[in-house]
Each structure stands twice: as structure tokens, then as C-alpha cells.
Design a protein around this ligand. Structure first.
Ligand code: ADP
Ligand code: MG
Length: 725
């Protein structure tokens, strides 16, 4: 048996299995062995139905049948009843005063039941058991397990992710069959022994046995740790390779210095924060180096990322191209591309940049789907003007416009630069080497890259997703900001909140109302639902709360032009209250909007809530956030209360990771990690170890394919998956 053999060469696979395996991405024996259990079911406390005795607290697995509701014949109280059958025998179940139970479950369902055995000999029944529905039974009902008392101590059964046509049980037995037939014999561990020993990880053969049929919970855990390490390690190797490739490519040398930069920043009406200083310095160092920069700048909304972007853009746009200065143009024309995720944001950056650059003879272009602009206008040096796309592209191509701001159209349309030396990406989760190469086009020099995000993600996840980037945090807020006042508003407490917001409107402020994002697997449906709730909520607010105020609506189904019009109206204070979905327009800047009401707050992660409320931490007025929840649970309220005390978004992101589970993390979906890998993200030591070892490996063995072909093979697979999106 060879690991790369097709599974169907060795086990009988019928048509239904075949389809299901395909859905699970299992083709070879190897794929099957790497389809790890999602969890384990401890069935040491499970009884066989046939052996139950009166008075016992019993846990049984079985299939439901005969569910119905009736009235007790004396008391007339409702009783739900049914039967559970586990292959050894069946027993009656009765739920008293819970008639709805019979409707909640259905005949044929697999369940785990925990309850007391009552009744009399020959007429035993399970009384009011708790029901846990299962996709399938973890064990074969006719398995020897019920007869085999020796195994009863530590009996862990793996439960696999299933799909229609394949049960967990089938997967388990097939894995065991492969083991029996020598699947592990020819196995070579791709991970060097030295690494395994250093971190005390089991080698591959042992790990596979432990993960699929553990004798002890500890073994399963050690094995999972190994596979988690392995997964993060391959991703880190992939990132380290990308990093090495970028670092080896030639780039633009940018002549800048602290004095040069101070010429620009000395004019700011505020002193830079220490973290802004540090960030600018780190970027400038990369500029002077002969390696293309790859850097992530992470900072809460309002922490001053745009100022960092503008300053470093200044350093580039005032540097000369290597071929010498084009005589016609006064300033050197190394170029900057600044990409924003939406038109509204692109426009806002354009406006901010005009503020920052208006004293300089540096032209700034704006390109979006709905038109192009240029600053300054020929007729008025203080104003931007509309120009045709063709004209703008011409000036970008010949280098006359050194700074171009825009949406995605910046990259994918017919935009050509003369000397693109610096790419700034705002709120873009992923921007690969390929896209970067595309931007560099015929020019073989890779531009420097600064990726900026206000999405607080835990350090471990950042190290993994952005393993190829250097990470800089802006973890300080500019001085003089009023910290936001956050309140958790429970059921029936909205009156005080609305009174407060009304008084704020009275005082001339504005407010956001964010409607919940309804979790729907279908993204189209999601927007449809969001839209509906936004529109309905706006109507309700107009009727019941903000009768005398102008209410606007913003959601993802509107066209960019419609959104733009609403945002303009909000910006110009024609709208007082903006009712919006959470999915649109992160980072919108309306300084006069100082109140935010977030409906359905419990549906969000804390980091997301933090990001949402960041929209009102903009001006000099006191900002307020109201996290509204319908939930009566104290736990939910406690969780939300962390919003009021946390120092910054990173703290909240760590909180989410520890208390909510990695699946709910922002950015987690894009990471390409499996559930196990995401689990590993909770473990900083493991992630750091994987990252260090990966970087070390790539440094030591530049020719990975030769020295570590097995690792290279796995890494290639990951690389393909990451670039496929
Ligand atoms: P971000 O892009 O991180 O959300 P911005 O760069 O847009 O933040 O800055 C938000 C606001 O704070 C802007 O109005 C900007 O002029 C101002 N600002 C930036 N840096 C500072 C600072 N060091 N001190 C005071 N205000 C600042
Ligand atoms: Mg910003």
C-alpha cells in the first residue's frame, strides 16, 4: 500500500462514497490519513441499553423512534415519549411536562441521551433525559465495544467531519483498515527529527495512530499539536519563501532622511505620536535599504495611519527616479499608488492628501469607477478638478502625476506607471506577491509595499496570515482624544439611550445606527436581510424616536453612486442619523458623528464592535457607543462590558480568541487555515516556534526542493490554495 495510491484501489468505495470523498477532498490514502477527527467522544461512561438497571444515571447512544405526545391519563399532564434503540436493545423514553420535545426531534435521529433509568423491572424507561442530536453514532451499534469491558476505561472514539454519503464511522473503520494493511510502513516524516525533538512532538507514524485511535486523551492531544505545528509550519515556510523572493528582487532606492521627512511633518498642526514616529522611521529605513519593503501597519481607526501614509508617500514622491530627472518636471517622479477598498474611502484619502500636500507642487490623481480627478486644478491651485480617465492615465504613465489614489481599478485596469516605487493598501486583507508583480509590470523593480489595517487581530493570527510581512503597530492614540464612553444596553433599557442621542442631536451632533449582521451562509441572502433590517429600522426610528430628524440609509445593495450621495449628505449634515449595515464602509470619517448605536451587539466579536465604534472617535467632541443586546444572559453582558475597559483593539482581539473561539475571528476565514490550524492560533509559543523554524529552514536551505522535497511539496499545495481565491 502506497500513500499516494488512490483510496479506491484498496477499499471498496461505492458511488455515494465516491462523491462524498470528493467533497471532503479525499482521494489518496494520504488524504484520508490527514482527514483528522474533529473531536473525540468519550464513551467510557456509555452503557448498552440492554444492560441498564433501575436507578442508574445512564448515558446511551442510539436511534430514536415512536416519538409522540399524549396526556397522562390521571393528571392529564402532557407527556412526550418515544424509544431509543442501540443495537443491543431498546428502552422507552418519557419526558414529563415537555410536550414540545416530541416535535423537536424526529424518528430515525441519532442521539446521545443522558438521564435516569426509572420504572420497574421489565418496564424500565429513561426519565427526562437530555438529548444531544448526533450526525451519526460514534460507534458501530453491533461493535464489540458493548461486550468488551476491558476497553471501558479510556475509550475515546474519533468523530470526523462528515458529509452526505459518508459517516464518521465509515471514515474511522477505513482508516483502521489502511493501518492494518501497512499504510504507515513506507511513511517518511517530512519534518526533520531535530525540530520534532526540540518541541517534543511525536513523529508522523505515531502521531497518525494517536490522532485516529488514541488510547489516551493525552496522546490524541500530543498528536493534534504535532499536526497543528505542521500546518502552521508549512504556511510559515510558504511565507518565508515569499519574503525571500521579494527581498531578493530589485527595488527602488529612495533617498530620504530624517531632515527630509521633517520638512513635511513639521507643518502638521499636531506632534506625531511616538508610534507614528517609530513607524515612519521603520519605513524610511526600508526605503533606504535595497530590499523591497513588505510591511503591515496595524492601528485602530483614528490612530493616524493616513498621516504615516502621507509622510512616507512624500518621501517617495519627492525622490528622483534612477534614470535621472525628466527636465520638464520640477520634482522627481517616483510614484505612489494608494489603494482603498471603496470609492468613498478613496475619495476621503484623496481629500486628506490634498490637505497634506496642498503647499507642494505635487500632483495627486484620483481614479474610481465613477470618474477621475486631479489636484491641483489648472484654474484654481487650491482645488481639485474632474478630468477624463484617458488624460489622467496619460499623466500617470509619463510620470507627471506622482501620487495616484483609487479603488481596485488602480490595479486591474489599464493603469501604467512610469516609476511605481511605493504601493499603499488600505484595509486590504491580502495582497499577494503576484498582484504586486502585476503592478510592477514591465519594470522589474518591485515597489515597496505598505499594507494598512484597522482590523485588530490577535498577534498569533497576524504572524500567520501576514507571516511574510514585518508588522508595525500604532498602539497609541493621538493626545487630546476623548476616550469613547461605551454602554451596554440590555432589554428594556433603550429609552435612556434614545434620550441621550436626542440631546446630542439637539446639540448639533450626528449619529450612526448599525443594524445587526445576520449570519447567513449565503452572502446574497445576507445582504438582502441586512438591507431589510436597515430599512425597517430606519422607518421605525423615524416613526417612534427621531421624528424631527433626518434619517438616511446605507447598505451594500446600493450602487456606489447612491452610497456616495448618502455619505455626502451625511458629511454635509443634511442627514442627522445614518442607519447602516455593518458590512459597508469601514473607516468612514465624519467627525461630527459622535454617537453610535449598535443593534444586536452580541452577534459581533468584540474586535468588530471596537472597529465599528471607531467611526465616532474622530472629532473633538465626546464620543458615545451603545451596544444594544436583546440577550438576557449575564455572560453576554459581561463579555460586552470588556468593551468599556479594554485599552485598544488588540486587547479585545485577544479576548475574542480566548473566549469565543478562533472560528469567529476576523480574518480567520481568509487565512487558509483548517479548524486545527485555527485552534493552534491560540498558542503563541507554537506559532512563534513554527515561524522561527520556517524562517531558519528557508535561510539554511535556499533550494528547498532539493534539500526538503517533502516539505516543498506540501508548501506548494498551500501556496496554490492561497493564491486560488
Ligand atoms: P486612521 O487612518 O488611522 O484612521 P487618520 O490618519 O485618518 O487615522 O487620523 C485621524 C485624524 O487624526 C485625522 O484628522 C488626523 O489629522 C488626526 N491625527 C493624525 N495623527 C495625529 C496626531 N499625532 N495628533 C493629533 N491628531 C492626529
Ligand atoms: Mg484611515
Amino acid at each position: 500500500m502506497n500513500l499516494n495510491d488512490s483510496l479506491s484501489d484498496h477499499v471498496r468505495v461505492d458511488a455515494a462514497h465516491k462523491k462524498a470523498l470528493k467533497r471532503l477532498n479525499i482521494e489518496s490514502i494520504n488524504d484520508l490519513l490527514y482527514h483528522l477527527p474533529a473531536r473525540y467522544e468519550d464513551i467510557s461512561d456509555v452503557q448498552s441499553v440492554g444492560g441498564l438497571e433501575k436507578g442508574q444515571e445512564a448515558v446511551v447512544y442510539g436511534q430514536l423512534s415512536g416519538l409522540k405526545t399524549r396526556k397522562a391519563w390521571k393528571s392529564k399532564k402532557p407527556i412526550a415519549e418515544g424509544k431509543v434503540e442501540d443495537g443491543s436493545a431498546s428502552i422507552k423514553i418519557m419526558w414529563f411536562n415537555q410536550p414540545y420535545i416530541a416535535k423537536m426531534y424526529s424518528d430515525g435521529m441519532y442521539v446521545k441521551l443522558a438521564g435516569k433509568v426509572a420504572g420497574s423491572e421489565g418496564k424500565l424507561y429513561l426519565s427526562n433525559p437530555e438529548v444531544e442530536p448526533l450526525d451519526s453514532l460514534p460507534i458501530d451499534r453491533h461493535d464489540s465495544i458493548f461486550k468488551d469491558t476491558e476497553q471501558a476505561d479510556d475509550t475515546l472514539y474519533p468523530v470526523y467531519r462528515e458529509t452526505k454519503g459518508i459517516t464518521s464511522k465509515w471514515l474511522y473503520h477505513t482508516v483502521l483498515k489502511c493501518f492494518e494493511r501497512g499504510a504507515l510502513d513506507s511513511l517518511i516524516d517530512p519534518i526533520p527529527v531535530s525540530i520534532l525533538q526540540k518541541y517534543n512532538l511525536p513523529e508522523l507514524k505515531t502521531a497518525l495512530v494517536w490522532v485516529h485511535s488514541p488510547k489516551k486523551a493525552k496522546d490524541a492531544e500530543a498528536a493534534r499539536k504535532r499536526f497543528a505545528f505542521e500546518e502552521v509550519f508549512y504556511i510559515q515556510v510558504q511565507k518565508a519563501l515569499e519574503r525571500a523572493a521579494v527581498s531578493a528582487a530589485s527595488t527602488y532606492h529612495i533617498q530620504t532622511s530624517p531632515e527630509h521627512i521633517a520638512e513635511f511633518t513639521d507643518r502638521f498642526p499636531f506632534p506625531l505620536t511616538d508610534s507614528q514616529d517609530t513607524a515612519i522611521e521603520a519605513i524610511a529605513k526600508n526605503f533606504i535599504d535595497n530590499h523591497a519593503m513588505s510591511r503591515l501597519l496595524e492601528g485602530d481607526v483614528g490612530s493616524g495611519k493616513t498621516a504615516v501614509a502621507a509622510t512616507t508617500a512624500y518621501a517617495v514622491a519627492t525622490s528622483r527616479p534612477p534614470e535621472g530627472l525628466d527636465k520638464k518636471i520640477e520634482y522627481g517622479n517616483l510614484q505612489v499608488a494608494y489603494m482603498a477598498p471603496t470609492e468613498i474611502l478613496a475619495k476621503q484619502h484623496f481629500e486628506s492628501f490634498i490637505e497634506y500636500f496642498k503647499h507642494l507642487p505635487i500632483q495627486i490623481g484620483l481614479i474610481t469607477g465613477s470618474g477621475c480627478m486631479k489636484f491641483p486644478s489648472k484654474s484654481d491651485p487650491n482645488k481639485p478638478t474632474k478630468i477624463s480617465k484617458a488624460q489622467l492615465l496619460k499623466w500617470v504613465k509619463n510620470g507627471e502625476v506622482p501620487i495616484l489614489i483609487g479603488t481596485h481599478s488602480l490595479i486591474y485596469k489599464s493603469v501604467e506607471f512610469k516609476h511605481l516605487a511605493y504601493v499603499i493598501i488600505d484595509e486590504q486583507h491580502r495582497f499577494g506577491t503576484n498582484q504586486r508583480k502585476k503592478l510592477a509590470k514591465k519594470d522589474e523593480r518591485l515597489p515597496h509595499l505598505l499594507s494598512m489595517t484597522a482590523t485588530p487581530i490577535p498577534r498569533t493570527l497576524a504572524l500567520t496570515i501576514y507571516g511574510d510581512l514585518d508588522i508595525t503597530l500604532l498602539d497609541q492614540m493621538p493626545a487630546g482624544r476623548k476616550p469613547i464612553k461605551t454602554e451596554v444596553v440590555g432589554p428594556g433599557q433603550t429609552k435612556a439611550m434614545y434620550d441621550h442621542v436626542l440631546s446630542e442631536l439637539e446639540a448639533g451632533r450626528q449619529a450612526y445606527v448599525i443594524c445587526p449582521r445576520i449570519e447567513e451562509p449565503d452572502p446574497d441572502k445576507q445582504t438582502a436581510l441586512n438591507m431589510k433590517s436597515v430599512i425597517a429600522e430606519a422607518k421605525r426610528l423615524k416613526k417612534d424616536v427621531f421624528q424631527d430628524w433626518e434619517i438616511g440609509v446605507l447598505h451594500g445593495k446600493m450602487t456606489p453612486a447612491e452610497k456616495d450621495a448618502v455619505m455626502q449628505d451625511f458629511n454635509n449634515h443634511k442627514i442627522d442619523v445614518l442607519c447602516a449595515t455593518s458590512v459597508v464602509e469601514v473607516g468612514v470619517n465624519v467627525p461630527n458623528a459622535t454617537n453610535i448605536i449598535i443593534e444586536g451587539a452580541e452577534r459581533f466579536g468584540l474586535a468588530q464592535l471596537h472597529q465599528l465604534r471607531g467611526r465616532v472617535v474622530r472629532g473633538t467632541h465626546q464620543p458615545y457607543c451603545f451596544a444594544v443586546t436583546e440577550s438576557k444572559s449575564e455572560k453576554t453582558k459581561d463579555r460586552l462590558k470588556a468593551l468599556a475597559t479594554a485599552k485598544n483593539g488588540f486587547e479585545l482581539a485577544e479576548h475574542d480568541l480566548q473566549f469565543r473561539g478562533s472560528g469567529e475571528l476576523y480574518g480567520g476565514k481568509q487565512s487558509g487555515l483548517t479548524d486545527l490550524g485555527m485552534e493552534a492560533i491560540r498558542n503563541l509559543k507554537l506559532v512563534e516556534a513554527a515561524r522561527n523554524e520556517a524562517r531558519h529552514l528557508v535561510e539554511q536551505s535556499p533550494d528547498l526542493a532539493k534539500d526538503f522535497p517533502l516539505i516543498k511539496e506540501r508548501v506548494n499545495k498551500i501556496g496554490e490554495a492561497l493564491h486560488m481565491e
